[in-house]
Design a protein around this ligand. Sequence first.
Ligand code: ATP
Length: 655
Amino acid sequence: MSTSSIFPKKTHTLDLFLSKLRSSRMNKTTIWVVFLISVFLILQKTSSVEDEVKSSLINFIAKLTNNNIQDGLFLAWKSSSDPCQARWQGVVCDTQNKSVRKLFLNSSNLTGELDIGLLCNSKPLADSLSILHLENNKISGAISIEIANCRQLTHLHLRGNQLSGSLPSSLAMLINLKQLDISNNKFTGTLPAELSRISGLTVLLAQNNQITGEIPKFDFFNFELFDVSNNNFRGPIPDVGGHFLARSFLGNPELCGDPLPNKCPSSLEDNKQEKSKGTSTSQILMFTGYLVLGLACLFLIIFWIYKRKKRNEIVDGANKVAAVDNDYSIKRTTAASMEYNSGFSRSEISAASVDDHSTLVSSSLILLTNPMVNELKFEDLLRAPAELLGRGKYGSLYKVAYENGMNLVVKRIKDWTISSDDFKRRMERLDGLKHPNVLKALAFYCSQQEKLLVYEYQYNGSLLKLLHGTSQMAKVFDWTSRIEVAVRMSEALAYMHQELGGDGIAHGNLKSSNILLNLNMEPCISEYGLMVVDHHEESSSSLDNLTGSSAFKKDVYGFGVILLELLTGKLVHQNGIDLTEWVNSVVREEWTVEVFDRSLISECASEERMVNLLQVALKCVNQSPEARPSMNQVAAMLNTIKEEEERSTISVYEP
Ligand SMILES: Nc1ncnc2c1ncn2[C@@H]1O[C@H](COP(=O)(O)OP(=O)(O)OP(=O)(O)O)[C@@H](O)[C@H]1O
């Protein structure tokens, strides 16, 4: 194996050198001696550079594995082999297989200490490394100032570790940085104000840490994702220009101002204004005052007109749970009129925890184990303003603005003849499972007439919207991201099928609108286990028919259709054409390439891997349920495709 493959050859320098020698008056022997010595020196230098990269990588991983590098994932990481040629686990190189571009060390069971200097102090490595993924390990330690040497970094993902200490202001030296995810760690200190100087930063996720101080004045317009919730930030929130909602700032008790509901004390407001305006004369202030007053009046008038217009489109909590489905009309009532006009009475509603609800199962809101809503009461749900999000085959869905600034989603299921006890058992069984890519219900309500489920609202919409909508994110939904989404979903489903095989609880209604994207743009499977009768699909004619293996095979079919959406970029039903039938007919005619989404073709996604993924999708949508693979098998096949992609030379992340 060549040890000179990581770095570019020095042929250009040599040519120049030789031509100079030829033109000089030295005799031939001298020329050759000098030439050989030079080649020897260059080769020596090249191999010492390669050795430096290798030893940096090996030392880095050794520290993260507490010197157990030879136990498992990192067996191939040896100084006797080449990281690119020998395909070290987690290492992705450039197109010529010469320099290390990306390190994917996420979810790799790393428990040691982060020593970023071991990577960034190696100049050849720091000069090529653009992506570093270390999320979802148990890495401790701090980010040291040497991070600044990794100048080429575009993505730094450290989410879900035990990292602590302050964030060094040298982070701001990473001028190419696009995504910084330090969420779910134990970072303290302040968020360096200098970070706002990185103009290309589009994702900053710092939620669930203990970071203090004020939020720097970022240009929030540049951000696609921003979240600093659940920290110790204080003071006024800088102007986010309506670009982010309260959700991104919740859980910081001393933070105030828009978009949070709590206003800042006037002294802080003054401070904020002073800081942002610099020198302002009293005349300007007076003029601004008049202007603000005028605008406020104008805004109030527009708001009043808007409210009137919206009146018929918005329903409040009481309407949604009690009155909607009978006549399918959407009404808005005031809080005072929220007494029930069908089904419930006030005496029925009281919050109960899972432990003490046994006698109240049919009349109370049952809170599940997620602490986010441990104060939620049924009355709160009824009182809160709500907006109809959709009315699907199986019920209606409402976005509810809960009073603490949090947005919830309430699913009202219709025509489900499950007994209250079975429903409760099912919800508790589902609550007992935990997978980061499955959205768990927060609470539920069950009576003879009503079944309600409460979920957290997901701000980034669904996979359906991402694929077929017009959002900015759709433009960056490239081939690598699509494979990642497919793998995550398949693993989540495989986990759920495995855990719930004995209970016969499948998803039952898997489709791209039920795949939601969380704040990290990771897919979350929503509405798992709400299997409702579908008289038209497969052979199911009752809820019971949807249990057993057929229900799981139906999920596999649904997953296959989602894969087809990812590959073709087309809707499941469009102009009377069924996507699965269309793809099958095109493949039969041997025009396979015609099925692929044009945007994938134009980004030069690997045809080989697209065809591989298509083959998996077609297996899943086989007409015969028995011939479909299990989700475990699907997850394994997709992981192989992902690994091949990571090893590949084509990548849209290349800087
Ligand atoms: N927790 C959530 N946060 C944000 N949006 C959601 C959430 N749950 C569902 N949605 C979105 O709300 C819309 C309506 O959802 P709903 O479940 O009513 O419709 P559906 O999935 O098309 O139909 P059904 O599930 O009844 O077959 C969908 O676009 C869905 O993606």
